[in-house]
Design a protein around this ligand. Structure first.
Ligand SMILES: [Zn+2]
Ligand SMILES: [Zn+2]
Length: 250
């Protein structure tokens, strides 16, 4: 892998906003990543009021928008993916033949970088799980299998919709403060880099998008429902450390 560069673009919390999907397509064309990971809430649970004021796409239209992206796309679940997943999945399949790739308590090698996509146990997760239960919600039920199989590659890049609790990147005591077990997982395993979302506003209102838990860097770039898009680009040269930057696209 020496001399090869891996580039992974990550965005969370698009919530079916047309302006954010448009910006993602533009950003993907500019950055030309190897892969794009959407870290949950790319759809918007229909029982709730839409966030923001700009137009919202349907799940089918979201799949159609993403057709313009050449890079491989991978999907991590947020609390807003419920039965709307079926409409998105079926639209995707009809456009691309293959099913959308999920990272749901599972591992993928992207270029030279091992990636773990965490599940999200908030909301109604059965549709996204596609009949593949993980055995339990605690990370010890499912992560230990990934670690046993992939070793250090499973300790590079973790994508989780809910932030770990107790960082500057989410509001303590609020519904979006995050998941205490995910913090335990980070403290126990010390992955190189964690990217999360779910709390859209705290990183932007505080102007802080990077924090540390031990040796682990944790990123939440936040999201504005009416744009511009906030995203993270993770790059890795050969077998070196992961580099990361925040990107904003109107
Ligand atoms: Zn969200
Ligand atoms: Zn969320």
């Amino acid at each position: 892998m020496h001399g090869t560069m891996s580039r992974i673009l990550i965005a969370t919390d698009l919530h079916q906003r047309a302006v954010l999907y448009d910006a993602l397509v533009k950003l993907a064309a500019e950055v030309k990543p190897d892969a794009i990971i959407l870290g949950g809430d790319f759809l918007h649970h229909t029982g709730l009021q839409p966030y923001g004021s700009t137009p919202q796409l349907t799940p089918t239209q979201c799949a159609e928008e993403l057709q313009a992206i050449a890079a491989q796309l991978l999907f991590v679940r947020g609390n807003h993916e419920d039965e709307n997943w079926f409409e998105f999945r079926d639209a995707w399949k009809s456009l691309r033949i293959s099913a959308p790739v999920r990272l749901n308590g599972s591992f993928s090698m992207i270029g030279g970088v091992g990636v773990v996509g965490f599940p999200c146990f908030m909301g109604y997760q059965q549709p996204f799980s596609e009949g593949e239960p993980l055995g339990g919600e605690h990370y010890q039920y499912w992560f230990r299998h990934l670690f046993a199989e992939h070793g250090g590659d499973a300790l590079r890049l973790w994508i989780m919709h809910e932030p770990p609790t107790g960082t500057q990147l989410s509001e303590a005591g609020s519904p979006v403060e995050g998941n205490a077990w995910w913090r335990d997982a980070i403290e126990e395993h010390q992955p190189e880099l964690v990217v999360c979302g779910h709390d859209h506003t705290t990183p932007l209102s505080r102007g802080v998008w990077l924090d540390q838990i031990g040796r682990t860097n944790v990123i939440n770039v936040g999201q504005n429902m009416d744009g511009p898009l906030h995203a993270t680009l993770v790059t890795c040269e050969g077998s070196g450390r992961l580099q990361f930057e925040k990107l904003v696209m109107a």
